[in-house]
Design a protein around this ligand. Structure first.
Ligand SMILES: C[S@@+](CC[C@H](N)C(=O)[O-])C[C@H]1O[C@@H](n2cnc3c(N)ncnc32)[C@H](O)[C@@H]1O
Length: 528
């Protein structure tokens, strides 16, 4: 059953969104030790986990007990054959009383926050937890926290539990209190977080995390958390989950971080390094907004319009008008020419104060004046109204309003950028470093996964939606302290950066940025 088939209000109240197949496969395979068996799915939806288990472990070798409240989904689940494959309970899992001792649990509970749970339901859950586990959880615990407690109670907390929830389950105050109050064996051994660059659940405004609780092996090896930036495949991740030691991430797919018992985990790579070899952006660049023309239709020109206007070429500056026009991490003159051939405006009528309008320009300005431009909000404050604020072209542009793909663009074309960009004006290169190498290193460091993770912490909205960040906020993101490196190292890093900054395809570029970041970290570590 497709998610979009469900009415929107049902979807919202019941927290309905389905787990993508590869993630579901990973979760069931881990929970079942990759062997035939039966498991509990406390919010089953369209039986995503049972279907995944049948595909990977074997059609007739797995079965489940499924709780579900939505009557349509219950009906569909009851039609599953053979009948023993799925024991469907049309019941609220949070108030159900049946016990399933020793059954592994695979669950994607509703993401609903605490205020969607009725007070009476919460009160009953608090009392029930006090009786079973001897503590009273916070009433601010989200539905997913209660699902976990109920799953532990109902199975006895001796089997594997695999939960996909908002990361808040592990980082919020109420979530931490919960884990601290439970026996140590129930603290997750492994957690996989879908990092800022990996939008596993488009449209869901939360960072998702898979918590793997393994009461029988809790003390085995070190606990670890993996922040994924891309999907390496089910098998490498399953092996990572099973490894006793905290092994490195499957190649290039993310960063492994410590998961300390009882502590709030950090998903920022090398957070401990923030002071060591990392520094805020304002130490090496100033950030301002791009140019506001006040009337794009009047000041922006494509090739045909510029020719037809008869205005002299020296009155124009090259311009990049929208983030979508800068798809790579380098903007070259050739890119602007390609845009121009496609009819995009790439010229800005840039008139400095003191310009004396004559001929075609005088006619153009008078037409603008007649159409009331001089009275427009922004333009009426300028003296004269047609002066533009186009200053020197900024060396680095940032696409600050971008859905899921924020990027820092090296402005080799020397274009003026409009307000759809924030612009970075780096401080001079350190002695002995050629300015072009310095800019390449800076642009590369800004596009590394570590810096983009810092961006996610400082931006306004996050989780697959449009990200917004103000110039002062952007100045506070942290990036590797490039200026601590000797000039010869920076020159080598600049050469390597150039090999991927121009790459048009997003995926290979992300991989290359991650490798470059590893190399840079290695160089910085040598300084310690
Ligand atoms: C996030 S969806 C996950 C569905 C499916 N397991 C998956 O991963 O694709 C959560 C499901 O739990 C159901 N649900 C919500 N509250 C419930 C409750 N209190 N008891 C049982 N099921 C519930 C919703 O209708 C929804 O189908």
């Amino acid at each position: 059953m497709l998610q979009r088939d469900r009415p929107r209000d049902v979807r919202r109240t019941l927290g309905q969104f389905w787990t993508p197949d590869p993630i579901a496969e990973l979760m069931v395979r881990w929970a079942l030790h990759d062997e035939p068996g039966r498991f509990l799915d406390p919010g089953a939806g369209p039986l995503t986990f049972l279907r995944a288990a049948r595909r990977t472990v074997g059609e007739r070798r797995v079965s489940c007990v499924a709780f579900e409240l939505d009557p349509d989904l219950v009906r569909a689940a009851r039609a599953v054959r053979p009948p023993g494959a799925c024991d469907v309970r049309a019941e609220d899992f949070l108030s159900a009383t049946a016990r399933f001792p020793g059954l592994p649990v695979v669950c994607n509970p509703p993401y609903s926050r605490h205020h969607l749970l009725r007070d009476g339901v919460k009160e009953a859950l608090v009392e029930r937890t006090a009786r079973t586990f001897g503590f009273r959880p916070s009433r601010f615990l989200g539905a997913y926290g209660w699902f976990l407690l109920r799953a532990l109670e109902t199975t006895g907390g001796t089997s594997r539990l695999c939960f996909i929830t908002p990361l808040e389950l592990l980082t919020s105050r109420s979530g931490l209190e919960l884990f601290r109050a439970l026996p140590e064996a129930l603290w997750p051994r492994r957690v996989i977080v879908f990092g800022p660059e990996f939008d596993a659940f488009p449209g869901v405004d939360a960072t998702a995390a898979i918590s793997c609780i393994d009461p029988q092996a809790a003390a085995a090896g070190k606990r670890a958390l993996l922040v994924l930036r891309e999907w390496p495949g089910v098998e490498p991740l399953r092996r990572w989950l099973e490894a006793r030691a905290a092994s490195p991430a499957p190649t290039g797919c993310g960063t492994v971080l410590p998961l300390e018992l009882g502590e709030r985990p950090s998903i920022v790579p090398d957070a401990a390094e923030t002071s060591l070899h990392r520094q805020p952006l304002f130490r090496c660049a100033r950030v301002v907004r791009g140019v506001a023309t006040g009337a794009n239709a009047f000041f922006l020109f494509d090739r045909a319009r510029r020719r037809a206007s008869g205005l002299p070429a020296q009155l124009f500056r090259r311009v990049i008008a929208r983030a979508r026009d800068a798809t790579r991490l380098v903007l070259s003159t050739a890119d602007l020419e390609a845009l121009e051939r496609r009819g995009r405006p790439t010229w800005l009528l840039a008139l400095p104060r003191g310009t004396v309008p004559t001929g075609a320009l005088a006619r153009w300005l008078s037409a603008g004046e007649q159409s009331g431009l001089a009275q427009r909000p922004l333009l009426s404050r300028r003296r004269p109204w047609w002066t533009t604020e186009a200053r020197d072209p900024p060396p680095i542009l940032f696409t600050y309003l971008s859905r899921g793909d924020p990027r820092f663009v090296l402005n080799e074309a020397g274009a003026v950028a409009l307000t759809t960009f924030l612009v970075l004006r780096p401080l001079p290169a350190p002695p002995g470093v050629p300015p072009a190498d310095w800019l390449a290193c800076l642009a590369a460091a800004l596009n590394t996964p570590g810096t983009l993770a810092s961006l996610a912490r400082h931006g306004r909205s996050y989780g697959g939606a449009t990200r917004k960040i103000e110039p002062r906020e952007l100045e506070r993101i942290d990036l590797p302290a490039l200026d601590e490196l000797p000039p010869p190292v920076l020159r080598v890093l600049a050469r390597r950066a150039r090999s991927w900054l121009g790459e048009p395809a997003r995926e290979p570029r992300r991989m290359a940025a991650a490798r470059w970041e590893d190399e840079l970290r290695g160089e910085l570590a040598k300084l310690s």
